[in-house]
Design a protein around this ligand. Structure first.
Ligand code: ATP
Length: 367
């Protein structure tokens, strides 16, 4: 069993770069935790500190509840997989996978058994005699995984292991990797800047920006209820509609949200209404996902926001409409409730606002 805990972990490099800023994170036993964020946000540095390849400037790294700051990498029970696979070119696949076992002093017979087991689990049993140069990218990455698994580590650390592969293979391998780590029950910390990878593979995702941890939660939580405006804007494609609105609470218990020239009436008996009521008299940012907006014809009755279609984008499985609603633009999944015939005027109504305010991400301009 392996758990990881980071307590106020900070890393300042010698040149003064603040790469990781007071990060607190708990990874539970057997969990698949993905560190997600743009290039340079500090995710690899966090991983390297867990591996013992980098020392924290301050704060504590705990493995299984014990302070590990001074523990050498070899004694941490971790196996790392990197994006460049880092295989030994002069060794066969068999020798590459067996290498950590040889270092650990395991006798040849036992090594052979363990390598055969791992190779068959990864579907590379038929290429054991080849050299890395004779393998495809996907096979190379499987060998790298095999070399990590064969030691039966308590913790896998993976740094963008799929980023050198083409997109079809990436999708295939991400299912394999998450399936395999779950089967083995090994705690995994996986670094990527690819949100599709993060959202599909993770038990929980930790999102970083400029060294600071922004949000931690299940893919559903961080997607649906992002903790900060940054996460709201960062996650999802198309990006979440983020609109500035003024909140006014009426004494006879309803709320109006003013978005540019238009006002929305929100009945009191909706919990989201109560959430905004808190911001009476203020300007806030309202987040709505494209798929949560229902396009309707502009003269539909009820509380309908009016917009003008700028353009449509067809993606096969969905069609996105980009609309101007007053001064701002929103994007809507046109297929959400079946396509609506586009009137000559290009006008479109948007409904279901009661259900679309998934998150009031923060006050206007703040994060
Ligand atoms: P990427 O996805 O591009 O690998 P990352 O999120 O993993 O990015 P890190 O590699 O952790 O980011 O780097 C975080 C910051 O620390 C960056 O600004 C980087 O330039 C800086 N950095 C990393 N290693 C060093 C080092 N040895 N010395 C100085 N600065 C460093």
């Amino acid at each position: 069993m392996t758990t990881v805990a980071l307590k106020d972990v900070t890393k300042v490099f010698k040149d003064g770069t603040l790469a990781v800023d007071k990060v607190n994170l708990d990874v539970t036993d057997g969990e698949f935790m993905v560190l997600l964020g743009p290039s340079g946000c500090g995710k690899s540095t966090v991983l390297r500190m867990v591996a013992g390849l980098e020392d924290p400037t301050s704060g504590a790294v705990l493995l299984n509840g014990e302070l590990a700051n001074d523990l050498p990498p070899r004694e941490r029970g971790v196996a790392m997989v990197f994006q460049d696979f880092a295989l030994y070119p002069h060794m066969s696949v068999n020798e590459n996978i067996a290498f950590p076992l040889r270092l650990a002093g395991l006798e040849p017979d036992r090594r052979g058994e363990r390598v055969a087991d791992v190779a068959s689990a990864l579907g590379i049993g038929d290429v054991l005699a080849r050299k890395p140069s004779q393998l495809s990218g996907g096979q190379r990455q499987r060998v790298a995984m095999g070399r990590a698994i064969v030691r039966r580590p308590g913790l896998f650390l993976m740094d963008e292991p799929l980023s050198n592969l083409d997109s079809g293979l990436r999708a295939e391998l991400r299912a394999e990797i998450s399936g395999l780590t779950r089967e083995l029950g090994v705690t995994t910390v996986y670094v990527t800047h690819d949100q599709a990878e993060a959202l599909t593979m993770a038990d929980r995702v930790a999102i970083m920006r400029k060294g600071v941890l922004q949000d931690v939660g299940t893919p559903t939580q961080v997607y649906g209820r992002p903790a900060t405006l940054y996460v709201a804007a960062f996650l999802g494609s198309p990006r979440m509609n983020l609109l500035e609105a003024s909140v006014y609470v009426h004494l006879d218990r309803y709320v109006t949200l003013t978005l540019g020239e238009q006002a929305l009436y929100l009945p009191w008996n909706d919990i989201r209404t109560r959430a905004v009521a808190h911001y009476h008299g203020e300007r806030i940012v309202v987040g709505m996902r494209a798929e949560a907006l229902t396009p309707v014809s502009p003269d539909s009755p009820g509380d309908v926001l009016q917009g003008r279609i700028r353009y449509l984008e067809h993606h096969g499985h969905e069609s996105l409409a980009f609309l101007d609603i007053g001064a701002t633009a929103v994007v809507v999944d046109e297929m959400g409730s079946g396509p609506v015939e586009t009137p000559e005027s290009g006008q479109r109504g948007l409904r279901r606002f009661g259900q679309v305010m998934q998150r009031f991400a923060g006050r206007s301009g703040g994060e």
